[in-house]
Write a protein that binds this ligand. Structure first.
Ligand SMILES: O=C(O)c1cc(=O)[nH]c(=O)n1[C@@H]1O[C@H](COP(=O)(O)O)[C@@H](O)[C@H]1O
Length: 285
């Protein structure tokens, strides 16, 4: 089954909330866990347990595991496996990008069935040209996996580059963000028989997408792409505003939140996830 179809199934059965697994050092401390590979393992497994039955998607931020080297990666492998075994959809937030041959190896690491780091989807950067991720897009499609391509990110300092205008080529005159969206949409268009394409976009929920030249009114091409939308909670975006922010893209939006849910500590986490999942369900996003 394609990733886009699996995502549509999760939306229908579990909703659109994605729980970020971001074991910041200050969170490990407030959770009473050591700042070590053992700490991030325990943290990740606890988030997975609290998510099961309350939301359908988790997004481990791999950087917080990578800090601890090979032991951190071993911990991440356990967290990924536990999440997938529990039936959660796992987006590895790895944000890889490189020339085509190298970025393909990254995609193989995260998306190959049976790989130690196997996830259901990964985040990826196309700022070396969308052509650089052509092979990862094909690989994801053929393995029933997904990609989320950074287009307009939630951090304020990204605007100058992502709003810059492309100087030449087929997308001359469009913003960088919009040019990436156009190419991803074209790829998904070729798989039009699915509920969603398997190649999604990352669009921050903290943004006014119009500033990036992104049109959120009736564009069937763009609508085929699921949208990973981080920025809820700690970065200031509110679920209540999501339908307005994303317009015609709202039907494909994954509401992603990390610190806002994790900051309350392990005891309140399950209730916090359940409450946010309900809020997302009733928000018509
Ligand atoms: O790809 C991402 O998930 C991502 C893209 C983006 O534009 N902004 C963004 O914050 N993220 C990630 O989403 C998470 C946000 O965490 P909180 O701000 O704690 O909810 C972090 O893991 C970020 O790396």
């Amino acid at each position: 089954m394609s990733f886009g179809d699996r995502l549509a199934g999760v939306f229908a059965s579990e909703g659109r909330l994605c729980v970020g697994i971001d074991p910041h050092e200050h969170l490990l401390q407030s959770w009473g866990l050591p700042a070590s590979a053992d700490g991030v393992r325990a943290f990740g497994l606890a988030v997975v347990a609290a998510t099961v039955g309350r939301a359908g998607i988790v997004k481990p931020q791999v950087a917080f595991f990578e800090r601890y080297g090979s032991a951190g990666y071993a911990a991440l492998e356990e967290v990924l496996a536990a999440a997938r075994d529990a039936g959660l959809l796992v987006i590895a937030d790895a944000k890889r990008g490189d020339i085509g041959t190298s970025v393909t190896a990254y995609a193989e690491a995260w998306l190959t069935p049976g790989s130690p780091l196997e996830a259901d989807a990964m985040t990826i950067a196309a700022f070396q040209g969308v052509g650089s991720i052509a092979e990862p897009m094909r690989l994801a499609e053929s393995a029933g996996k997904g990609l989320f391509v950074l287009a307009a990110t939630s951090n304020p300092e990204a605007a100058a580059i992502q709003q810059a205008v492309v100087a030449s080529g087929a997308h001359s005159g469009l913003t960088v963000a919009r040019a990436i969206i156009e190419d991803v949409s074209s790829f998904n268009q070729a798989q039009a028989q699915h509920a969603f394409g398997s190649i999604g976009l990352v669009l921050g929920a903290t943004l006014d997408l119009a500033d990036f030249g992104i049109v959120t009114t009736a564009s069937a091409r763009v609508n085929a792409s699921p949208v990973l939308a981080p920025g809820f909670g700690h970065q200031g975006a509110r679920v209540a505003d999501a339908a307005r922010l994303f317009g015609s893209l709202a039907g494909g939006v994954i509401v992603s939140e990390s610190r806002g849910l994790l900051g309350g500590g392990p005891d309140g986490l399950a209730d916090a996830i359940a409450a946010r999942a309900d809020e997302v369900r009733s928000s018509h996003v």
